[in-house]
Design a protein. Sequence first.
Lengths: 351, 505
Amino acid sequence: MSTPSPNPASNPAAAAQAGATKSAFSFKDFVIKFGLLIILAVMIIVFWRLEPAFANARNMFSILQAVSVTALLALGVTVTLAIAGFDLSIGSTAAMSLMASSYVMVILNQGTFLAVVVCLLLGAFIGFLNGVLIVKGRIPDLLATLGMMFLLLGLQLIPTGGRSIAKGMTLSDGSAATGTFTDAFLALGRYRLFDLIPLPVIIMLVAAIILWVFMERSRYGRVLYAIGGNEKATRLAGAPVERYKIVAYMISGLFASIGGILLAARVGRGDVTSGSSLLLDSVAAALIGYAVLGAKKPNVFGTAIGALFVGTLLNGLTMLNAPYYAQDFVKGLVLVFALLFTFGFASSQRR
Amino acid sequence: MTEPGREVIRIRGLNKRFGSTHAVIDVDLDIRRGEVLALMGANGAGKSTLIKILCGVHPADSGTMEIDGEPVAFRSPLEACAAGIHTVHQIINDGVVQQLTVAENLALDEICRPEGPVLLSRSVITARAREIQAILGLDLPLGKAMSELGQAERQLVAIARALSHDPKVLILDEPTSSLSEAEAARLFTLIEDLRARGVAIIYISHRMSDIRRLADRAVVMRDGRTRAEFTRPLDFDGIVHAMVGHRLREGAHSAVAGGRTVVEIRDFALTPTSAPFDLDLREGEVVVLTGLIGAGKTEFADCLFGTATPHAGSVTIDGKPLRASSPQEAIAGGVFMAHEDRGNSSLVAEFSVLHNMTLPFLRQFSKLSLVVPDQERRAAVGQVSDLAIKCPSIDVPIGSLSGGNQQKVVLGRWLIQPCRLLILDEPFQGVDIGARQDIGRRLRETAAGRATLVICADLEEATEIADRIVVMRDFSVVGGHSVDGLSLDALVAEISGAGTHATFA
């Protein structure tokens, strides 16, 4: 079945004009579209020339493994960005999931399956609460999820009295915890397929592909983007906007909790401090994603590239022995430039 | 009442274009001291643009403006203010700061003065505020926050602020649109007082009762031109005539009687005080709902589409009661509606023509929730050719199309699936004449299987598409006429409410 071809001949003047505009701005268009991908490629080449070990397959997959948790959170927040919302609670949702999985296994002495299910349900439920606060409680998204962020940061520490969860830890009644991280659970964060590809990378890629199909190819994704573009028009076109918005936050919570599980599996203990930088890194990845292929909007592919971009940069800088404080500086620099690609150049082109 | 004073403002040959829209065309206008000039016209007639030129928001493309005989050309609202022209905009919240007190708002210009003192003393502010309200003889709660005030009081504060500069000209844009009758009466007293002091007042309103009470002179704009001027005693039928239709289109088509009744509306009261009415809409018939702005046309349509609830009454579709408490349910019940102001209420600016068109019916083009591009594109391309939509491709952003073509996309969206009742609210706003004819033609071509209700204040546009014209006034249906042998005078009398008050449907 051939796609019906659009007919430029029906309006030759407009078509000619569009053509003219295109050629006049072609260089700018090219930069806006491929600028970020080119920088990524150049960056990889430069790191490889400076430090040949950078480019071996194992290191490449290490980069992917390092970014997989950030990427999962970033993918989730992309959905809330698509509805012109925001989810600040993803970092603490992931931390919550990390603590909850540890709690279920180490203290409650339960198995892998239950730990994972509890985390996923918890993530979806936190997202549901966020959505209800925003839709029914009419709290602005930033404020509602900021409140949720603090709430979770405190809540996750209550069951253990603020201590990290580790095998054999002393419980409040003086006895030692009998449970342990199961091997199956730890494998989620540590197993390498063919002794090369880390499982978290595969999980992240599968999640990214599913989300890409959902956002770009399914009618639900179309409606989510429509809500972000014009909520009123979408409601008047018959979409149950409130329900969609709640679902968007649930997806965000769910992805954050998957990220938390992978983090727990890699760390192997319920560390209260892991995941503190997750929020900012993933938001940065999603925002850098706006600039990928000139999308100018939150998009799944861009977010994945954005996460890769940040991960590559950090890995390369680490290998070159750059001081740790240089990392945040460079991250900020990249973000500012990416946003300039998206907003600054794009808007001058649109006029 | 007042002697015709000398001219404060003298406008000659004013023109303003926005892209392809010629918003103000060769306007000549004089505004005199101690006079209330009512500036009237339907939406998009050019009133707002004219006012924005007057108060310095937009520069004019050509033409001259004189104030007290001195030629002026404002480059900013500040310059207009300095020349003595002050405006109170329709959205009063733009004119006051919610978080500050009444006194602070009244003295706001004093507070913001760059050369003023760095530290503000409360007593100085209060003294200044008292001074301002004394000039107007007002008694406002100076210590209260603006946000605690009612609409009328906010309006008075905004006006008081404008008046504290001792303006030569005061422009009031729809000042009574959110006021109760008692609040409006208070405002009218103030306006009459100002007139007596020699202030020239330009009063923009759609409310005939306001005009009746206040206006010394009325100027009607239509399609960017000043069409008619009326002096006391004002001829209200003449004003409506000039606003909504200078001539009727004869012989474009003859009325279709319509088949069986699709929509039955019974004992329908929009508000507790409005008169209940009945209305039937039949299959194959295009009914135009007309009336002045504020007559309740959109409110009525909102009730049918589930975005508003009527005070009383019932609606059935094909004999079954319509239960719609949201657009989703209305659409499921066979009621489709294309809203007024397509930019805000119909289109997603970031989306392409294709995605805008198919938004409500994605389910139809999906398999396992995944959109099947071929089916979707075929439907959109069909509408593009049926409606003669001019676009280089269905994948271009909707914003790159002209207003008329955007409106066609909105109509095409609702023609993708059959419905029982199609409602279009002011579909010809900001639409060029060619597109207007295409839309009207397609609307009539497709009318067979459904009832069609088009809200349209302009009678020329109405007669182009209607089989029957139904008039609304004061939130109630007051008359219905077949388009065959239509009497313009009777229609206009019904719209303005100047004629007999016979109620029939």
